[in-house]
Write a protein that binds this ligand. Sequence first.
Ligand SMILES: Cc1cc2nc3c(=O)[nH]c(=O)nc-3n(C[C@H](O)[C@H](O)[C@H](O)COP(=O)(O)OP(=O)(O)OC[C@H]3O[C@@H](n4cnc5c(N)ncnc54)[C@H](O)[C@@H]3O)c2cc1C
Length: 394
Amino acid sequence: VSSRTPRKAIVAGAGIGGLTAAATLRKVGLEVEIYERATELKHAGGALSLMSNGVLALRAVGVEPDFGRHGDILSELSFRTTTGKVIKTLKFAGITAELGAPAYGIHRGDLQRILLDEIGDSKVELNAAATGFEADEDGVRLHLADGRTVHGDLLVGADGIESAVRRQLVGPETARDAGYLCWLATPMYSDPERIPKAYGAHYWGDGARFGIANIGGGRVYWWGTQNMPAAQVHAYRGGRDDVLRTFAGWAPEILDMVKATPEEEIIVVRAQDRPFLEHWGRGRVTLLGDAAHPILTALGQGAALAMEDAAVLASHLDGAPDVAAALRAYEDERGPRIRALIRKARTMSKLEQSEGRLQVAFRNTYFRLLPDRAVERYNRSMMDFSLAGRGARP
Ligand SMILES: Cc1cc2nc3c(=O)[nH]c(=O)nc-3n(C[C@H](O)[C@H](O)[C@H](O)COP(=O)(O)OP(=O)(O)OC[C@H]3O[C@@H](n4cnc5c(N)ncnc54)[C@H](O)[C@@H]3O)c2cc1C
């Protein structure tokens, strides 16, 4: 039994989850050291939606970065046909006003800088890949690829979808392919007529989708998806011409923007998740963010869920006399919500990537007929977060 209040946390991975965990754990008095495999802290391209629940979670433990300094507030998102005809518009403004926290569209690099500002002088060591760990009643030792070992009172594996910490905890696994690939880019681009300030739109086609978000600062985030068998996705090497071929005949704002995007700024990503994991940790070791629960992007929730994890983890470790018990309480609290959202994202993703004339017609008609209030209620439930009576340090 671990019987003293933890003083030092070791975090593997300096992504959104690892940096956020460092910020929240510092807030409850822990010293934090982060070990990151990459040789530089460069964001992996693209931007993302940071939903209100992420903002609310951090606020609940007294971490309040100024996301608005770099991100543009998401006020609405329209779902459209391939040619741009509106199927349904989801208005965020009412939901976020009610929740008391905006949702943002933000560049990953800006988000990283904002989070780095929140971790003060915590050590972030680069070129430091975690390879495995040992843990006992007295502490945890994390082994690094260069042969060094670092020590702490607990270990948080925030090392992403291919987490080395997770591999040691649960053994070899294979990520689950969703059956499509994604292209993404965040070029400097301006089209004020068709892509005005704060424009957010998803265009739905037959086994393919395209998304546009004007994230401010002269940049537009776009992504496209295309259904593809898993084996083909793994071997895929296409570029901008493929994107243009896939979306030929779609709304002109899409094609003009893709044509204007430098080829080297287009990234290709496989759509993958993992089934819900029942046990995220053991003893003084736990997982957080994508290491614990990679989720399909359909709900735009991956980053916000990592932030929720970080807030809940810190609230359980705050003054905890028993590290292992605090980590299990964190995992137990997160389980039901994460399990439900992984499933919801899968269902939504399947519907969005519908293939075949009938399926596409059904999907579009179904969404068109859904009452706005039902859509808002569904989204509000995902975008709300509270620490159930705990938290909010001064
Ligand atoms: C195409 C796409 C679009 C998305 N859009 C959105 C969106 O709009 N909104 C949203 O909320 N989420 C979105 N997500 C999900 C979101 O990006 C992730 O959920 C989020 O980044 C998870 O953060 P993380 O820190 O857990 O993992 P990661 O961001 O993957 O960070 C893991 C870190 O660990 C490091 N690492 C890996 N292995 C090791 C090791 N052995 N030792 C040390 N360090 C290691 C990596 O280099 C990396 O820095 C999207 C994801 C994809 C793929």
